[in-house]
Design a protein around this ligand. Structure first.
Ligand SMILES: [Zn+2]
Length: 233
């Protein structure tokens, strides 16, 4: 039985109750969780589990099996726990995640620049771009344009579509489509009226929550491969 991933529907869930269904090494698997287990460039959540008057830090997550790795006492199978995620950290990561959608949407729609990878941090992100004529000035224009999209404060929604519909809409596949072959339903994240893509991460509900994007660093990694770092204020 796999863990019910509560953050998929409610990305703003900070606390939840669950039951331990398995103990693995120094970690636990729960029947349900709000902890993001990592993946797609989004780091796993940290936080704590409270049970039987005790408390353990969730210091790391193992994506495979959705294991909460603990620093502190280990609850037994069947124990009821109360989970609390480090919300301020998570929210800064959600802002960065949504900012990356805006930047990659602008880069692609306006300039034909493909984002080949990203890594999210707290209110900060790294984007890898593939574009021969990329330069710092163009990167600055992409960020400027991204900030004007944020000012429109568009709503962000997430929901599921069928695999059949997904396969008819190649624009939703930003990564290897094979990753989605095993799913009956595909979760998509839509910045309404601007961008839509298949995505399993957590995002803010309104673009204004992102704040302002600043270009922190521009690096050339070769003829076509460029890298930018953005920070949010
Ligand atoms: Zn995303």
């Amino acid at each position: 039985m796999s863990t019910e991933l509560l953050y998929l529907d409610d990305s703003y869930l900070k606390e939840f109750d669950a039951r331990v269904v398995d103990v693995v090494d120094n970690g636990v698997i729960l029947d349900r969780t709000a902890f993001y287990p990592g993946g797609g460039g989004q780091p796993p959540d940290t936080g704590k589990l409270i049970f039987d008057g005790k408390e353990s830090r969730v210091v790391e997550m193992r994506r495979e099996g959705v294991v909460h790795l603990l620093d502190g006492p280990l609850p037994e199978i069947g124990t009821e726990v109360h989970g609390i995620i480090d919300w301020e950290r998570r929210h800064r990561i959600m802002r960065a995640h949504t900012a990356v959608h805006v930047v990659s949407g602008v880069a692609y729609q306006k300039f034909g620049v493909i984002i080949t990878g990203n890594q999210l941090y707290e209110a900060r992100a790294r984007l890898d771009l593939s574009f021969e004529n990329m330069n710092r000035e163009l990167a600055e224009r992409i960020i400027e344009e991204s900030n004007s999209v944020i000012k429109r404060d568009l709503p962000v929604r997430w929901y599921y579509i069928s695999r059949e519909e997904f396969l008819k809409r190649p624009e939703l596949m930003r990564v290897n489509p094979r990753l989605y072959e095993k799913y009956e339903r595909i979760r998509v994240v839509e910045i309404v009226g601007f961008d839509i893509q298949a995505d399993g991460g957590t995002h803010v509900k309104h673009l204004a929550e992102i704040g302002e994007i600043k270009l922190e660093k521009y690096e050339s990694k070769g003829r076509k491969n460029k890298r930018i770092y953005i920070t949010l204020s």
